[in-house]
Design a protein. Structure first.
Length: 191
């Protein structure tokens, strides 16, 4: 089955392809000549995922899935949430975002957080959503070199390694994106 994954994030594409396996041919936005920035203007993770998948489906007629992911920190009322990728501003990078979180969390005892990924799958104009959540703790400093985003400061519950200290196989088994991708894959394999 051919499906477009509506992302320009090579890290995400690699993670998802590893989990989905060879039963699916995953096309990138480049493969369908989608070179524009897909809007993400919704107020929720679910809304952004749907906006991206319908954008590709409506404009290119391709069955597609898209995700949106957010880090939700309890003591910051769910921030950065839907703004996780651009928490420190429009031209920010992963380090800027981590620095902002660490600064805002300085001196705060409640460090509970969760990563949430939602996939929006659009096939023949009909949408289904698949969610993955992993709970954990925000550390006071970075640990690890793997992964991307907030991985160096996120310690998943029940583990002694951050996502950035895990290899991709370890992370994919327990991560928010891994959980959501497995749900997506199970549904796709049932078709």
């Amino acid at each position: 089955m051919k499906l477009v994954f509506a992302t320009n994030n090579a890290h995400k594409a690699k993670e998802v392809s590893e989990i989905l396996g060879s039963s699916f041919e995953i096309l990138s936005l480049k493969d369908i000549n989608c070179n524009e920035d897909i809007p993400e203007t919704q107020e929720t993770i679910e809304g952004n995922a749907a906006q991206k998948s319908f954008y590709v489906y409506d404009k290119f007629g391709a069955n597609c899935f898209a995700d949106d992911t957010g880090l939700e920190i309890e003591a910051l009322n769910g921030e950065p949430g839907v703004y996780s990728a651009r928490y420190a501003g429009k031209a920010c990078n992963f380090d800027d975002n981590i620095n902002k979180v660490l600064l805002k969390m300085k001196g705060i005892k409640n460090r509970k957080a969760q990563f949430k990924t939602v996939f929006s799958l659009v096939i023949d104009g009909k949408e289904l959503q698949f969610e993955g959540i992993v709970k954990g703790t925000i550390l006071e400093s970075r640990r690890g070199e793997n992964g991307f985003g907030y991985d160096p400061i996120f310690l998943p519950d029940g583990f002694d390694k951050t996502f950035a200290e895990m290899n991709s196989e370890e992370k994919n088994k327990i991560s928010h994106r891994g959980i959501a991708t497995i749900k997506l894959a199970e549904y796709l394999k049932s078709l």
